[in-house]
Design a protein around this ligand. Structure first.
Ligand SMILES: Nc1ncnc2c1ncn2[C@@H]1O[C@H](COP(=O)(O)OP(=O)(O)OP(=O)(O)O)[C@@H](O)[C@H]1O
Length: 250
């Protein structure tokens, strides 16, 4: 196994009487593609929120490239290179695709971001265009957000989350809000674009076709715990996973 880029040890998170994360231990190798599966309330988002600094664990540790990042702010964690996209695309409807991307580049590229100092340099615009091309959406660059399909919005949102130096990308349901016939093409573009940059990918997904096709390893969550951590075929045929997660009967 190559070096673990993310090392999560014995992490717990409680919300009052609810234990949202219990004994969470996992090492993710650099460059891997992991998916997180589990029913509603199983603890997937809590895991993502703890890794990205949106939630602080009650105990346990999270290390990134050997550095303890437990409890650091989301901004600090983003600066280190752990980025995320949300289930609902975070886009500004009044701006074009290119302008949204420029704003993201400005924010990620500056230590003290200000929307009053947009990145209008030719270099910034070239970088924006290059990124839009990599995600297959350069042709849409002059369109406003409400004119775009769900799939193009997703691609732009993930491209924007990639602005700056990304080492790990956490994607919350990358195919939600995407038409059925767009799902595989969108995932092909996303996975290829992120892999080409050597980014480690961790995505939350309910669609088992997507999980099987794109992840190298699957973490199955149930009741705040990881009940399986293996290759997709192994996890999806695991009797506990079938009983508690996928609802498939053997
Ligand atoms: N801020 C919060 N305050 C109180 N309880 C919370 C909070 N966030 C999560 N929980 C609880 O923690 C548990 C795990 O929730 P979490 O959102 O991590 O699940 P999930 O697997 O991401 O579910 P979904 O697929 O619906 O997004 C649930 O019981 C949830 O109600």
């Amino acid at each position: 196994m190559s070096q673990a880029i993310l090392d999560v040890r014995d992490v717990q998170k409680r919300f009052g009487a609810v234990t949202a994360a219990q004994d969470i231990t996992v090492q993710v190798p650099a460059g891997a593609v992991y998916s997180l599966i589990g029913t509603n309330g199983a603890g997937k988002t809590t895991f993502v929120n703890m890794v990205t600094g949106y939630l602080k664990p009650n105990s346990g540790s999270i290390s990134f490239l050997g550095r303890d990042i437990t409890g650091l702010s989301p901004r600090k964690i983003t600066q280190l290179g752990i980025h995320r996209s949300f289930q609902i695309a975070q886009l500004c409807n009044d701006l074009t695709v290119e302008e949204n991307m420029l704003v993201a580049t400005t924010i990620h590229g500056s230590r003290s971001p200000s929307l009053l100092r947009p990145a209008h340099s030719a270099e910034a615009r070239d970088k924006v265009l290059e990124t839009l091309e990599r995600f297959g959406i350069a042709d849409h660059r002059n369109r406003l957000i409400p004119e775009l399909s769900g799939g193009v919005k997703k691609l732009l949102d993930i491209a924007m989350a990639m602005a700056g130096d990304t080492r790990i990308m956490l994607l919350d349901e990358p195919t939600s809000g995407v038409a059925a016939d767009e799902k595989f093409p969108i995932m092909d573009l996303v996975i290829d674009a992120l892999k080409a940059e050597g980014v480690t990918i961790i995505f939350v997904e309910h669609d088992m076709d997507i999980v099987t096709r794109y992840s190298e390893r699957v973490l199955a969550f149930y009741d705040g715990r990881i009940i399986a951590n293996d290759a997709p075929d192994e996890v999806l045929t695991d009797p506990d996973v079938q009983k508690y997660v996928t609802g498939v009967t053997a």
